[in-house]
Write a protein that binds this ligand. Structure first.
Ligand SMILES: NC(=O)c1ccc[n+]([C@@H]2O[C@H](COP(=O)([O-])OP(=O)(O)OC[C@H]3O[C@@H](n4cnc5c(N)ncnc54)[C@H](O)[C@@H]3O)[C@@H](O)[C@H]2O)c1
Length: 362
């Protein structure tokens, strides 16, 4: 078996490892030493549990551990399900040295991480991402949250994991739609940090879509490196880290407007990136040709790039105002300078935002 590829997320208070590679769920030697206490709660969902739960439980056989299996999907990332996670920790009579293990996609990672952040004011957790999106983005960096009907991720905390264990073999069972959704966040890194990575993605699109293990492994590692670097610079998103939200203010509004079950998160982000790029071009801040190229790459990955008819631009703008980047009622957007470079911009006129939304509508 090939050794894991590893890197560190270097933080001021504490660093932690990201291990990626095949077969890592069968490697408790990588993560068991990080569990300091005698108790663990594994949180996962109905789709992931039948494939992978047993492997994790084998690594915990000598610990007092419990399992919480939740129904899958964004519509379950709620305060009510968070309450179930807290109840499970209470039933386990978890001490402060207990560990929460998040086994699943970004929904499980965000919710389990938030439960770990809140139980006894914060206990350890380990991320075991099983979607491409979670491997390249959500499992790294310590953002945890649940949604409200009024908006996504409105209740949450920064709480860093002890480790990220990304077993790339788990991508074999991921539905094709979820793989494509993850590729949206992969494209995002190229869009905001590295135009050369966009070229690489273009050249390797077929290999990624057909799940060539080496190519997916390479893409995952590169994305983890981009994310680890920006989190190390700005752990709690006071500046640079906000660039990772490219496309997200528009995308979150779309997800909320659609009631959390129509779009995968990555799909909404794909639409949002194109709207943000189009707005940037419209304002003369970014070349239109880059915008078209971004849109073409996302479509090559089978991702949507247009706001569907039936969503009023005014309603989406109203939802965008509840975005966490809004300060003192002033919307701040991540706009584009060109392929590989994004910027934070405040004070964009409503009329321009509405025009970009309408121009992106089918
Ligand atoms: N914390 C962060 O920094 C951050 C960053 C980006 C996204 N997010 C959040 O991540 C969430 C989206 O994550 P996601 O796209 O992973 O969605 P998800 O967790 O809903 O997983 C997608 C689907 O795939 C299934 N699944 C997961 N792994 C599988 C596997 N290996 N085989 C078969 N099925 C599998 C799940 O059950 C689910 O139905 C959103 O809530 C988003 O807000 C958080």
């Amino acid at each position: 078996m090939s050794p894991p590829r590893s890197l560190e997320v270097q933080l001021a208070a504490r660093s932690y490892p990201i291990h990626t590679g095949p077969g890592l769920l069968n490697r408790p030697d990588l993560w068991r030493p990080l569990l300091s206490g005698r108790q663990a709660l594994v949180i996962t969902d109905d789709n992931v549990a039948p494939h992978y739960l047993q492997r994790v439980r084998e690594g915990l056989h000598d610990l007092d551990h419990a399992v919480l299996v939740l129904p899958p999907g964004e519509q379950e990332k709620t305060l009510a399900r968070f309450g179930e996670a807290i109840d499970a920790l209470a039933s386990l009579r978890a001490n402060r040295d207990a560990t929460v293990i998040a086994l699943g996609g970004g929904v499980i990672g965000d919710l389990a991480g938030f439960a770990a952040a809140c139980w006894m004011r914060g206990i350890a957790f380990v991320q075991m991402p099983t979607t491409l999106l979670a491997m390249v983005d959500s499992s790294v960096g310590g953002k945890t949250a649940v949604d409200l009907p009024q908006g996504k991720n409105l209740v949450g905390a920064f709480h860093q994991p002890r480790a990220v264990i990304a077993d790339t073999d788990t991508l074999a069972t991921l539905p094709p739609r979820e793989l494509r959704a993850g590729l949206a966040e992969v494209v995002k890194y190229g869009a905001i940090f590295d135009a050369g990575f966009l070229d690489w993605l273009d050249a390797h699109a077929d290999a990624l879509l057909t799940r060539d293990a080496d190519t997916l492994g390479e893409a995952t590692l590169r994305c983890c490196r981009y994310k680890a670097d920006v989190v190390a610079l700005d752990e709690t998103e006071q500046g640079e880290r906000a660039l990772l939200n490219f496309g997200h203010t528009f995308g979150h509004a779309l997800e909320t407007a659609a009631g959390y079950d129509r779009y995968r998160h990555g799909e909404a982000v794909a639409v949002g990136m194109v709207v943000a790029a189009r707005l940037s071009a419209q304002l003369g801040r970014a070349p239109s040709a880059d915008c078209e190229r971004l849109s073409a790459l996302l479509q090559r990955f089978g991702l949507p790039v247009q706001v569907p008819a039936g969503f009023a631009a005014e309603d989406l703008l109203a939802l965008m105002r509840l975005d966490k980047k809004t300060l003192s009622g002033r919307l701040r957007l991540i706009l584009w300078q060109h392929a590989g470079k994004a910027e934070i911009v405040a004070g964009v006129a409503d009329a321009d935002i509405l025009a970009a939304l309408r121009a992106s509508q089918t």
